[in-house]
Design a protein around this ligand. Structure first.
Ligand code: TMP
Length: 200
């Protein structure tokens, strides 16, 4: 039997990485992340995120995220699922929809077809969207931030609203968790949601 794929999504500094790690330990799942989990991905990540002053158009950024995802699925996610392992990923298709689709205003439908091409149609069984207030996010954020973190507040507002819209439009696939609480309470809410939705 193939494993289940669970993706964590959210804006900057919402506690995704911590919660993804805790869930992976809880399930004995493979833990991974985007962008940058493969050798190619690590190079793409530094090209896209390092604040080097490199000019990068919105479409080029979307294509690079998609290339990272294609390699990630081929080299990490698909083999683990096929071996029967559950996979927990810190960011997946939802990040491209929110950041490139909404944040960069490229449109969700086009960005989704790009991601579908990249993954060969693989989608996650569950998307856990962590939401925190601005105050909590700012207190967790490490300065000075990468090229995307450094975008204007208006960009991050579009990303935040975009995530909300995606969760509202896909209630069967997405679950929204309040990340403002202490780590262990958030983790417990995540385990309950995963158990209820996927039975694992
Ligand atoms: P991270 O710091 O949480 O690893 O995320 C890296 C940054 O890349 C974060 O600002 C979100 C952004 N990103 C996109 O814009 N599109 C994507 O498809 C992915 C996976 C990440």
């Amino acid at each position: 039997m193939t494993g289940r794929l669970i993706a964590f999504e959210g804006g900057e500094a919402v506690g995704k990485s911590t919660q993804a790690r805790l869930l992976a330990e809880h399930l004995g799942a493979q833990l991974t992340f985007e962008p940058g989990a493969t050798e190619l991905g690590a190079r793409i990540r530094s090209l896209v995120l390092d604040a080097t002053g490199l000019a990068l158009s919105a479409r080029a950024e979307a294509l690079m995220m998609a290339a990272d995802r294609a390699q990630h699925v081929a080299q990490v996610i698909r083999p683990a699922l096929d071996a029967g392992m559950h996979v927990v990923t810190d960011r997946f298709i939802g990040s491209s929809l929110a950041y490139q689709g909404f944040g960069r205003s490229l449109g969700v439908d086009e960005v989704l077809s790009l991601s579908n091409f990249a993954t060969g149609g693989l989608r996650s069984d569950l998307v856990v969207l962590l939401e925190v207030s601005d105050v909590v996010a700012r207190s967790r954020q490490e300065a000075p931030g990468d090229r995307i973190e450094a975008e204007a507040a208006e960009f991050h507002r579009r990303v935040f609203e975009g995530y909300r819209t995606l969760a509202e439009q896909n209630p069967d696939q997405w679950v929204v968790i309040d990340g403002n609480r202490p780590i262990d309470m958030v983790a417990a809410a995540v385990y309950t949601a995963v158990q209820e939705r996927l039975g694992v």
